[in-house]
Design a protein around this ligand. Sequence first.
Ligand code: NAP
Length: 464
Amino acid sequence: MAIATINPATGETVRTFDELGEAELQEKIALAHERWRTYRTTGFQERAAYMHAAADLFEKEADVVARLMTTEMGKTLAAARNEALKCAHGMRYYAEHAAEFLADEPLADPSQVGAERALGRYQPLGPVLAVMPWNFPMWQVMRFAAPALMAGNVGLLKHASNVPQCALYLEDVFRRAGFPEGCFQTLLISSKRVESILRDPRVVAATLTGSEPAGRSVAAICGDEVKHTVLELGGSDPFIVMPSADLDHAAATAVDARVQNNGQSCIAAKRFIVHTGIFDAFTEKFVARMRELKVGDPFEPSTDVGPVATEQGRADIEELVDDAVSAGATVLCGGQRPDGPGWFYPPTVITGITRDMRIYLEEVFGPVASLYRAADIDEALEIANATSFGLGSNAWTNDEAEQERFVTDLEAGQVFINGKTVSYPELPFGGTKRSGYGRELAAHGIREFCNLKTIWIGSGAASS
Ligand code: NAP
């Protein structure tokens, strides 16, 4: 895949970039390794000062950052601006909490283990490679960079090939914020060159957010090298609606949960599973709202849904929809690409889906909702869990027993009751099953790239 900015709203190539040469790549890895030796000794206060300065820049430049994102991957300008501000919030969160999250953990009674002092201490690992996707081109990176840098690691970023300007902005913003040269570097390289970096002994760990095949490849190489990995992969999140739910609120949130980020979010609700008693009423409200959405230029303030980020991405969506329709599924709205330039695809609702259709099992990365009817809570859970993914999940019910059942039985990294799945710096984020492993955000996210060192200190005197 060429490294280029291609505007998905027009299909026009705005700018192309040369890949890093091998010598330049080696220089960058060497710099990361060298920088880490000194950066690891800096204190939380110094790191926090840099991080707050980077957050200030993100806030000040939110409009510029937003335009970059919208140009490169087509999210609406309003969504892009929110993403820039969310990055600043996440950076400040780790600037303020890193010292607390990584504080020593002393054993209250060290004599239990025959020591004078015994404790756990979190120490940084070294240069970490982050392989990142284009869908939240700033926020996905920040979820790694803010905690990793606050912990005393240094970062190397291999960003998706269609967001090079976002990738370069990120390197630039950390440099301008005062982080020493080499703390955070962008590598403009193709995915083929990831393996050599993972096998380089100077790079000690990796995190990947993206598709299952990419995650499998990185994990296999890191397994071979015995290097720690965090994987944030795909999702096909269920959104279950039960009779006690507020249907208007559920339908409005369902639309937002499906079409956010032009339908290209790992935690977008993708499968809507509705109790038979309210199926018709919910469907009417949901489909009406999906039809009302305005699809168009993501720079236009009235636009709800912009284009799909890549031509291939739209072709993948069409393939899944066409496969379902040819096997007998019913399209309630959308389902046909519009004429004209750009990679637009309309908000679409499909029902009558059976287990033999690809859409039953595969993730649709675009504004397409699959609608299922469930006879009762058991069937709703069965459909919800009939996927290899386990990222987010949503259930709408005001019945406390049902809420508890969903919390316990949904196979997912996150359960949101009467709401849509959202990532917050304050809450751990991650998946189960084939959605990946490890956790980002909250205290867990910063500890992923630390060595928890056990320290045992005796008195030095011979025991009598
Ligand atoms: P992708 O094709 O896997 O790309 C993600 C990143 O991996 C890009 O930087 C890509 O580089 C690189 N890559 C691709 N194949 C690779 C390989 N074999 N070895 C090493 N690196 C490789 O995914 P995408 O289409 O951009 O993103 C969509 C997917 O990401 C969806 O499945 C979505 O659900 C998932 N996602 C998950 C989360 C989460 O937090 N769980 C968040 C966002 C997205 P190139 O661009 O150069 O190919």
